[in-house]
Design a protein around this ligand. Sequence first.
Ligand SMILES: Cc1cc2nc3c(=O)[nH]c(=O)nc-3n(C[C@H](O)[C@H](O)[C@H](O)COP(=O)(O)OP(=O)(O)OC[C@H]3O[C@@H](n4cnc5c(N)ncnc54)[C@H](O)[C@@H]3O)c2cc1C
Length: 396
Amino acid sequence: MSKAAIDIHNLPYADGDFFAFEQLLSAKEQDRLAEVREFLAREVRPIAVDCWNRAEFPMELIPKLAEIDLVSPVRRQGYSNLFAGILHAEVTRADTSIATFMGVHDGLFTGSIEALASQEQQDAWLPEIYSLKKIGAFGLTEPLGGSDVAGGTRTTARRDGGNWILNGAKRWIGNATFSDWVVIYARDVEDNQVKGFLVDTKTEGYRASKIENKISLRTVQNADITLDNVVVPEFFKLANANSFRDTNKVLKVTRLAVAWQAVGQQLAAFDVARRYAVERSQFGRPIASFQLIQHQLVQILGNAVSSMGMMVRLSQLEDAGEAKDEQSALAKAFTTARMRESVALGRSILGGNGIVTDFEMAKVFADAEAIYSYEGTHEINTLVTGRAITGISAIV
Ligand SMILES: Cc1cc2nc3c(=O)[nH]c(=O)nc-3n(C[C@H](O)[C@H](O)[C@H](O)COP(=O)(O)OP(=O)(O)OC[C@H]3O[C@@H](n4cnc5c(N)ncnc54)[C@H](O)[C@@H]3O)c2cc1C
């Protein structure tokens, strides 16, 4: 075959799914994945770098995200957890900030309502949440309470007749500069337990200010929140959020989703680096013809595929109702470590162009840092796994 006859962008493995994991999805799920992929290529990827550079969230995207209907694929739409994971990786592959917007609204916020609200509360709130008419945020982390927030929640909730009064501060809360609602986790001064409250962001005493100057996930609007005698009616206390053990039910599932983000992030690095390597020439030849560049591309692919293999199995366990906290923890720790190596290799393959966002890779590289640290840092997830295999906690 002559060189000209090879279509370098449509080689069998150009999509990075080297072991055909997507074939594990049902035909209906594969069709849906193709539909969402087409949407992401049309509506998300073309605007992603510009939004990231300006550190602005594309509000005009929200009605389009509502139309493609991505919220609650498992519980509401009946898809498998495996499909939900591959879908989330695919959104990440198009843009990690938009995936994080969805991860916060869908996984953390909607997940809190689905897991911890009563049926009556769910019936009242979920329709507008599913249709993105109301945008949500998840307020757990605090200025002084990060990795130790389970025992270190300082925000307080005090019952006052038929109301609760919230006081305190939250930090890093995604979507919170423009969200309609935020689930705030606060310590009940009566019994010292962490409880969950649905707070309308228009309530007096609630204030959210944008965290500026981020080097990662710049499109995501993270906020510092202050709560100054915020009054929450009893109906807005999540009925089944009565201790941090309850909050953990949400985090176990979202940790799994973040590990899937690490897969998507590596597929994005593979996409951008592979394309660049076959198109860029030095010494009169495509840089993809150099053995060291091929080695780096294969390292990215191997990292992505091994991460995906782990995630496929974990999602199958989740589908069987058998996934454990420590398995999500190992998955998050392992995939994010592989991700950090993959995006650094991808950045290197682009040479100098790897440090300007115009070529996409710099955004992929920088976004990996937030994923490495949020939803339980790499270190904390490593120690959760270490505790499971030794019976000894090294966390405190
Ligand atoms: C972009 C972004 C979005 C986020 N979105 C949200 C959100 O929507 N809602 C929300 O509630 N939170 C959110 N977070 C917060 C996130 O979950 C925290 O950043 C994370 O839990 C770590 O807490 P911290 O940043 O306070 O770090 P710290 O807990 O202060 O940790 C600092 C360092 O110390 C290490 N460390 C801490 N304790 C131990 C230990 N026992 N052993 C070993 N090492 C340790 C950590 O691993 C880390 O390396 C977000 C964060 C980011 C960066």
